[in-house]
Structures are given as structure tokens and as C-alpha cells.
Design a protein around this ligand. Structure first.
Ligand code: KG4
Ligand code: ZN
Length: 362
């Protein structure tokens, strides 16, 4: 069964064809990073317009790369929640229109749940572009503990089976990816913050600055806004300023060595919090597998710390399938197609802020 997956929740327009929920046939991602980096963050209106410009060529290229025409496609899956409303509407309307036009079943998927399904892709076609792709050897086993970490979400979720999961905890304020993006801005590192903090931290000393981690009543909940503010205060102190000094002028006062040390100290603390809580949930629930999902799953420090501290082996999806893509959407769509009826393409509405736990579908 070949499924076309469409993704446009934030600033990536993406489409992909995946066969039987595991074999990658194509993966086309057009990123708007260049457009938004000028503003230091995503501008929703600009994002929506950019999706409109490229959605059709992206879908056509996904079919072409997969050597498919419409007759080969069995169903369409689309991220219809959560995300920026204008961005979501472009992908969802495209998917609805294509489903009606080509008479294909349509499966709406939750974006964060989709990220988890990047871990189910274990094969790829022999296309040149996948030659260096290092995929997991096997699919996650249930019960599976998923650490979902993106620009908008930070959650620990226990999957009992496909579409059957419970939320153990989540962030009470900023998402961890958002904290990376904001700290990068304070330090004068380019957008998006995750990869640039990751790169700067490689040259820094993670123990140079002591930063706090939050204590919360639920051991699986997270909070990152205090850590972000602690970085700001420490940068102010280090440069001899206080809270009255404009924060956007602080970065230029830092030396490269200080910038690298701040990046490393922040990253170490943020990632240690994620790993501590994942380990606590692992001890309490004894899952058969642990997966990481979402853009922050591309973090090298997260992979290092988890590998070192988890008592079981952990496999990672390749970096290119951790950040937003259509393949994860197509893969989740495949599992839905095995268990539930498709949605009505004339009626599907986007859901900008629905949480994953309100969505258990099996
Ligand atoms: O899942 P994603 O591509 O988009 C959302 O659904 O939000 O996640 C984007 C987030 C951004 O906050 C970005 O800074 C972060 O993932 N990110 C990283 C890394 N690569 C991307 N964070 C830490 N380390 C990385 N290497
Ligand atoms: Zn995402």
C-alpha cells in the first residue's frame, strides 16, 4: 500500500510516498528557513503564502521521485493538527482537493504523533538520495515510551499500541525547541536555534555556567522558561549589564568563547532534564522500547546522553526524518488505514491547537 503524506504545519512544505508504512520511496522538503531567518523566527502570514507557492510542485516531485502516478497511490495522509492555522490550511486543502479529484481515501493525522512514526521507517528505495540514509533496523516495540520534542511540544507519551497512548507529562510553559530558538537569539546565533546551539556547543564548556532545572509536582512534566530566563540573566551578568539593558544588544558584547560556553551549558542542562525524566518514566513503566521524536530529536547531545544512560539500546531515525517531513505523515496514515475508516474530504477542518492525547484514534 502506497501512501502520499503531506505536511505543512509550520515552515516546511513537504510531501513523501511511503510503501506499507516502512519503505521510503520519496521525501521532498522545501524549507522556509532562509525566508524567516531574516526575522529571527517564523512569520505566520509569510509562511502560509510560501506554502501556497510550492505545495503543488512539492507533491508532484514526491510522486515523480517515487516513480508513481496517481493510479499507484492508495491513500493520502495529511497533518491537519496542530500548527499555524494558515500553514495547516494550505496542506489540508491541497490534500482534500487531491483526495476528491483522484478519488483516494484521506487520513488526517496529528503532527506530533506523526513525528513518532518517523521511527517506523526502516527501508528506503535504492534511489541515490537515500544512499547515505541510516535507518533503524527494526520498528519500535510496544509498550513504547516516546519523548516528543519539537518547536511547539515537549511531551512524554506511553504508546500501548497504534493509536492507543497516554500522556505522562508535558511542558507547562515553553517547548524545549522554543527554548533552543530563544536562547540562540539571546546569544546571537542564527535561526533556527537548535542546530546553531548544537554546533556552537561542540566548541564550548558545558560546566562553565551553572544553570537551574525546574522541579515540578508531576515528575514527567517539563518547564523551560526559567532556564531561558536564567541564560538571559547570566549573559547580562557576564557582560556587566542588568535587566534594563536591551536584550537584543547583548549578543554583540559576548566573546566567541563565552557564546560557545553559554550554548554548551544551556544545551547540557536542557537535554539533561529531558533525559532525567525519560529515565524516570522508563523505570516506572518498563517499556519495551524508547523513541525520540520531533525536531529536537536531531540533537546530537540528546542522542549521546540517552545512549549513555538508558539501560536498553535505542535506535534513532535519521536527522532528515526528525525535523518536519511528509514521510512520517504517510507512515502514520498507513497504520490508520489498517484500523480506521478514512475521513470525509469535503468536511475535514484544521485543528491548530488540539493536543495529541485528545486524539487517541484506535
Ligand atoms: O519538529 P520540528 O521540525 O518543527 C515543529 O514541529 O516545531 O522542530 C523544530 C525545532 C526547532 O525548535 C529547532 O530549533 C529544533 O527543532 N531543532 C533542534 C535541532 N535541530 C532542530 N534542537 C536541538 N538540536 C538540534 N540539532
Ligand atoms: Zn514538527
Amino acid at each position: 500500500m502506497k501512501i502520499l503524506g503531506i505536511e505543512s504545519t509550520c515552515d516546511e512544505t513537504a510531501a513523501s510516498v511511503v510503501e506499507d508504512g516502512r519503505r521510503l520511496l520519496s521525501n521532498v522538503v522545501v524549507s522556509q528557513i532562509d525566508i524567516h531567518s531574516e526575522y529571527g523566527g517564523v512569520v505566520p502570514e509569510v509562511a502560509a503564502r510560501s506554502h501556497i507557492e510550492v505545495i503543488n510542485p512539492v507533491v508532484n516531485k514526491a510522486l515523480l521521485d517515487a516513480k508513481c502516478d496517481w493510479d499507484d497511490i492508495d491513500a493520502i495522509a495529511v497533518s491537519y493538527a496542530p500548527g499555524l492555522i494558515g500553514s495547516l490550511m494550505v496542506g489540508t486543502l491541497a490534500a482534500r482537493t487531491l483526495a476528491i479529484l483522484h478519488d483516494k481515501p484521506l487520513y488526517p493525522v496529528h503532527h506530533v504523533e506523526g513525528h513518532v512514526y518517523a521511527n517506523f521507517i526502516t527501508e528506503a528505495s535504492d534511489s541515490e538520495q537515500f544512499a547515505d540514509l541510516k535507518l533503524p533496523q527494526s520498528v519500535p516495540k510496544f509498550p513504547s515510551l516516546a519523548l516528543c520534542v519539537s518547536g511547539l511540544h515537549t511531551q512524554l507519551v506511553l504508546f500501548h499500541g497504534h493509536g492507543d497512548y497516554e500522556l505522562l507529562g508535558q511542558t507547562q510553559d515553553d517547548a524545549v525547541g522554543e527554548a533552543f530558538d530563544k536562547v540562540a537569539k539571546i546569544l546571537g546565533l542564527p535561526y533556527p536555534g537548535g542546530p546553531s546551539v548544537d554546533a556552537a556547543a561542540e566548541q564550548g564548556d558545558p560546566r562553565r555556567y551553572r544553570l537551574p532545572s525546574a522541579r515540578l509536582a508531576n515528575p514527567y512534566d517539563f518547564s523551560f522558561s526559567g532556564l531561558k530566563t536564567a541564560v538571559l540573566r547570566a549573559v547580562q551578568a557576564e557582560t556587566g549589564n542588568d535587566f534594563r539593558f536591551p536584550s537584543h544588544e547583548l549578543a554583540e558584547l559576548l566573546t566567541d568563547a563565552q557564546r560557545h560556553d553559554f550554548a554548551a551549558s544551556f544545551q547540557h542542562t536542557a537535554i539533561k532534564t529531558l533525559v532525567d525524566k525519560t529515565l524516570a518514566a522508563y523505570d516506572a513503566y518498563s517499556p519495551a522500547s524508547v523513541v525520540i521524536a520531533g525536531g529536537v530529536a536531531a540533537s546530537r547531545e540528546l542522542r549521546r546522553q540517552l545512549r549513555k544512560r538508558l539501560p536498553i539500546d535505542i535506535e534513532y531515525a535519521p536527522m532528515s526524518l526528525c525535523t518536519d517531513n511528509g514521510a512520517m505523515v504517510a507512515t502514520l496514515g498507513y497504520y490508520q488505514a489498517q484500523q480506521i475508516q478514512p475521513t470525509d474530504p469535503y468536511a475535514l477542518e484544521v485543528e491548530p491547537s488540539v493536543s495529541m492525547t485528545a486524539m487517541t484514534w484506535a
